[in-house]
Ligand binder design. Structure first.
Ligand code: ADE
Length: 252
């Protein structure tokens, strides 16, 4: 059976998945804990990405090389930067860019040297399933959750996510980052610190990849305040609901 890797950015998100794992086996590799087992009849391996692009790339490589992951699905939180992307909304990634990659003037800004590309696309089939899972899995999950749609459904967006080794926590920084990206033709919906690295590793190995991020802050001066509260109260529940629905949609 194909092994699906479920990569969580936060321990709070992973905890619910580990608790639901049938026949759990913990394996330590590269200083990280990986959990093998079954979820809803699927063979899975669970891991924490750790924080930042390098750490996430190591985790993704280990998932593929040591655990034979045949697809990787990533859940986490992100700072919303796109117009109308509010705290409590969900963004399903269609592609990633590294907002801190700059080998200019040797290579165009944002281009990954020797790849001839700046964008790494997510797998279309997995992404469509993740979108459906987010829409279905979060129906009725809202109530008090922030600025969602008037009918209280969680707003789910799909688009570009920008990753970099910075927690973006200032309105001025966020505006500068967006302006520079926009000048190069990128319009990100959200910023985080790992997705583009995992997307690049998956590209290297030809492993399908999809990612979903719940918006924990607006990457502004309030970001550091919103973040811990949001993670504790909301992110773990969202991730669990989305992954539960995703595994229901995933063919066995
Ligand atoms: N993850 C969640 N919020 C973030 C932010 N503002 N910047 C980078 N990564 C994040």
């Amino acid at each position: 059976m194909a092994t699906t890797a479920i990569l969580s950015a936060l321990a709070e998100e992973q905890q619910g998945l580990v608790e639901r794992l049938a026949n759990p086996v913990r394996v330590t590799r590269a200083g990280r804990d990986f959990w093998r087992g079954e979820l809803q009849g699927h063979s899975v391996v669970l891991a924490l990405s750790r924080i930042g692009k390098v750490a996430a790339a190591t985790t993704a490589t280990t998932l593929i090389e040591a655990f034979g992951a045949s697809r990787i699905v990533f859940t986490g939180v992100a700072g919303g930067v796109g117009h109308g992307v509010h705290v409590g909304n969900v963004v399903v990634a269609t592609e990633f860019v590294q907002h801190d990659m700059d080998a200019s003037p040797i290579f165009p800004r944002y281009q990954i040297p020797l790849y001839g590309r700046s964008r790494f696309a997510c797998d279309a089939t997995l992404t469509a399933m993740l979108l459906e899972a987010a829409r279905e899995g979060l129906t009725g999950a809202t109530g008090h959750f922030y600025q969602n749609s008037p009918d209280q459904r969680v707003a789910v967006h799909a688009g570009l996510i920008a990753s970099g080794d910075r927690f973006v926590s200032g309105a001025t920084e966020s505006r500068g980052l967006q302006a520079a990206l926009q000048a190069a033709g990128f319009a990100p919906l959200a910023v985080e610190m790992e997705g583009a690295a995992v997307a690049q590793v998956c590209f290297d190995y030809g492993v399908p990849f999809a990612a979903v991020r719940t918006i924990s802050d607006r990457a502004d001066d309030q970001a550091h305040v919103d973040f811990p509260t949001f993670v504790a109260e909301v992110a773990s529940r969202y991730a669990l609901a989305i992954i539960g629905q995703f595994l229901q949609l995933l063919p066995k």
